[in-house]
Design a protein around this ligand. Structure first.
Ligand code: 147
Length: 657
């Protein structure tokens, strides 16, 4: 480490609280959801699961996140899967579904001060009250959302600090007011509304509509590219990058994150930035693989990776708390002359100062969206000039990162010890792709756990009788893409049930597949045997079930995936198709015995271009798939022919029967 004596080229940066302060810092966070991004985290073996959660949430350890934003599950496909609604139907409520409740508890356990923010991506069909829009009856919608917030309080004693409207979909301003009113009436005055998780245009409507303006705390924009409109800046509301990042979590992703964490304020006056996603815990080959702050996609091996964005986050979160204030532009916040940026923040007492400097170069810090206009960064000498109350400061603790792109390991979040402040000045030589935190705080810690186990592919043969799951949770490793699968019990035996009975109010349209589908395993699987027991419940049953292999697309493309889909319907017929929509049929026929009552077994084996099917262990077909060229590999899966209940048990997957 070298301190370079200031010379003529030195750029003077003033940090001064004399003429007032900037906006209040409201936190850095991550999103679980939008959707099913934490799916594979839940059944990690201990203590590995706790270790991962420590890297995300434990203060003074890793990312030390200040906001956890979760999806309010709506039984809809919301990018990498569906998350369960607390009200699949209007007549029932359940606050034990899915994993967001568990995740919120784990976050709160580690940091009771973490802010909880919730947002729906889509809704069960009944919420529309006959309309294809969730705003068909805004009272019903507000009731549905506030029940979730009330559920968090009454079942888990979790206070929901922030709630949104409808992710990246049209905002209905009347609904925003109804939501505010409903929150107030039910004792949630302190749950603040962030709207509308889309562009900055929402801010325009706040001028001249006092009721709307009073209803919201912050204007939340997605992927702002550090920019905000003047209309947003002057409307008198907090501005949030309520979803941002979504970039592959290598060093380039870390560069993106470092740049926007500073520049979202420098450029756009945003005081909270939230990463999609919190943790990349969804199968390889689902959309936006590894666009999370860290990666945990192998519950079977326990392997996980603490990626560099975790340590980029720590540069701010370990030294700035929610409630601190940014300094004024020109007195501690701005761009560096030779490229890069700096932000100074001061504690509520006025005594503590934290400065974060980043020098990310253009080609090493592009985010997934929007495009990054060209700029250059070159090495520079800067002189930090502490004035006002900061002139009393005699030393600053220095934390340093150097992102590397030439195959060398990055040097992330290293404590460089204290640097002396001489005559109110600290001189630094800044290189490229570096982050510096200088702070009066003496905390800060680069946490570490033992090296996790090495990576392994999904193990075969695989068997699950679901007895190991908690009631109402999702089955392990089955990543639902449409519909919702839940562990239930008949008293002595656990099984899983597809719960969704009608088309939901979609987010991205995957539901047009018309079926409930859950996928498992490995998208590179080719020859495969899959077998499961099934039963049609006596009421509200689906009209068919299936098992499948080589499912080549999922997520928002679930409705045009290809593969080998073997259906059995409750009218005692079978069919084999090469697509998820069941339009491209290979063979079909009648079952030799009825399937519509009691438990039965369905088995599928695909080998090369051949497919073999059996019902209750009796062979039904052996056919050539007539695929051109070699078969496309993909996930295994199970599901229902249409929306409607169906039960499954004893899942068995192997390379051969
Ligand atoms: C966002 C969604 O809100 C997330 O659920 C997740 O899908 C994320 C992945 O990057 O993206 O949705 C967007 C999808 C596309 C654009 C912006 C946001 N886009 O093309 O500008």
């Amino acid at each position: 480490w070298a301190l370079v004596v200031a010379d003529d080229d030195t750029i003077n940066l003033v940090f001064d609280d004399t003429n007032g302060l900037g906006r209040t810092f409201e936190g850095i966070g991550g999103i679980s959801g939008g959707g099913a991004t934490s799916k594979l985290l839940v059944n990690y073996p201990q203590p590995l699961r706790d270790q991962i959660l420590d890297y995300l949430f434990l203060p003074n350890f890793g990312a030390s996140l200040q906001i956890l934003k979760v999806e309010i599950g709506g039984d809809v496909q919301s990018t990498d899967g569906t998350e369960a609604s607390h009200m699949h139907n209007s007549w029932e409520e359940n606050y034990e579904r899915g994993y967001e409740w568990w995740l919120m508890l784990e976050a709160k356990k580690r940091n009771p001060d973490i802010k909880i923010y919730s947002l729906p991506w889509g809704f069960p069909g009944w919420v529309g009250q006959g309309s294809s829009s969730p705003y068909g009856n805004t009272t019903v919608l507000a009731d549905y959302v506030v029940r979730w917030i009330n559920g968090a309080k009454t079942h888990y004693n979790i206070t929901v600090d922030y709630v949104g409207i409808w992710n990246e979909r049209p905002c209905n301003n009347d609904y925003v007011k109804v939501l505010r009113k409903t929150l107030n009436e039910r004792g949630f005055q302190h749950t603040l509304i962030v709207a509308s998780d889309n562009g900055w245009e929402f801010a325009d409507g706040l001028y001249g509509d006092h009721e709307l303006a009073n209803a919201v705390h912050a204007v939340g924009c997605h992927y702002p590219g550090t920019w905000s409109s003047n209309s947003a800046k002057y409307v008198g509301k907090a501005l949030w990058a309520s979803e941002d990042y979504s970039t592959f979590n290598d060093e380039f992703g870390a560069g993106c994150w470092a740049r926007i964490l500073n520049q979202n304020y420098v450029d756009g006056l945003m005081t909270a930035t939230i990463a999609w996603d919190l943790i990349a815990s969804y199968y390889h080959n689902l959309d936006f693989f590894r666009d999370g702050l860290m990666t945990a996609v192998e519950p079977w091996s326990g392997h996980y990776v603490v990626n560099s964005p975790i340590w980029v986050t720590a540069h701010t979160t370990q030294f700035v708390s929610v409630g601190w204030k940014y300094l004024n532009h020109t007195a501690g916040v701005g761009y560096l002359k030779n490229g890069g940026s700096y932000v100074g923040l001061v504690s509520p007492t006025g005594n503590d100062l934290t400065i974060v400097i980043e020098t990310m170069t253009h080609d090493h810090s592009q985010c997934i969206r929007p495009g990054l206009p060209w700029y250059t960064v070159s090495p520079q000498n800067v002189s930090l000039n502490l004035k006002g109350h900061f002139s009393k400061i005699t030393k600053l603790n220095l934390w340093y990162s150097q992102l590397s792109f030439d195959g060398k390991l990055s040097n992330m979040f290293t404590s460089m010890g204290p640097v002396q402040v001489v005559n109110g000045m600290v001189n630094l030589t800044l290189g490229l792709d570096q982050i510096y935190t200088l702070t009066t705080l003496s905390g800060g810690h680069k946490g570490s756990h033992p090296t996790p186990p090495s990576s392994h592919p999904f193990p075969l043969p695989y068997f699950d009788d679901f007895e190991g799951n908690n009631l109402y949770n999702e089955p392990n490793n089955l990543a639902q893409q449409t519909g919702s699968f839940e562990v239930l019990s008949n008293g002595s035996n656990k099984f899983i049930r597809q719960m969704v009975m009608e088309w939901p109010l979609s987010w991205c349209g995957a539901e047009s597949v018309g079926k409930a589908v859950t996928v498992i395993g490995d998208s590179t699987w080719d020859d495969l045997f899959i077998e499961i027991d099934f039963q049609f419940p006596t009421v509200n049953a689906s009209n068919g079930i299936f098992v499948a292999a080589r499912i080549n697309q999922a997520g928002c493309e679930m409705d045009h995936s290809q593969g080998v889909f073997f259906f059995i319907t409750s009218d005692n017929k079978y069919s084999l198709t090469r697509d998820s929509r069941a339009t491209d049929e290979v063979t079909s026929g009648n079952l030799p015995s009825p399937a519509h009552t009691g438990w039965h077994k369905i088995s599928l084996y695909v080998q090369g271009s051949k497919a073999y099917g059996a019902f209750d262990k009796r062979d039904l077909f052996a056919v050539d798939l007539n695929v051109h060229g070699s078969p496309v590999p993909g996930f295994a899966g199970i599901g229902t022919y249409n929306y409607g209940l169906a039960d499954f048990d004893n899942l068995h997957i192997a390379l051969t029967p």
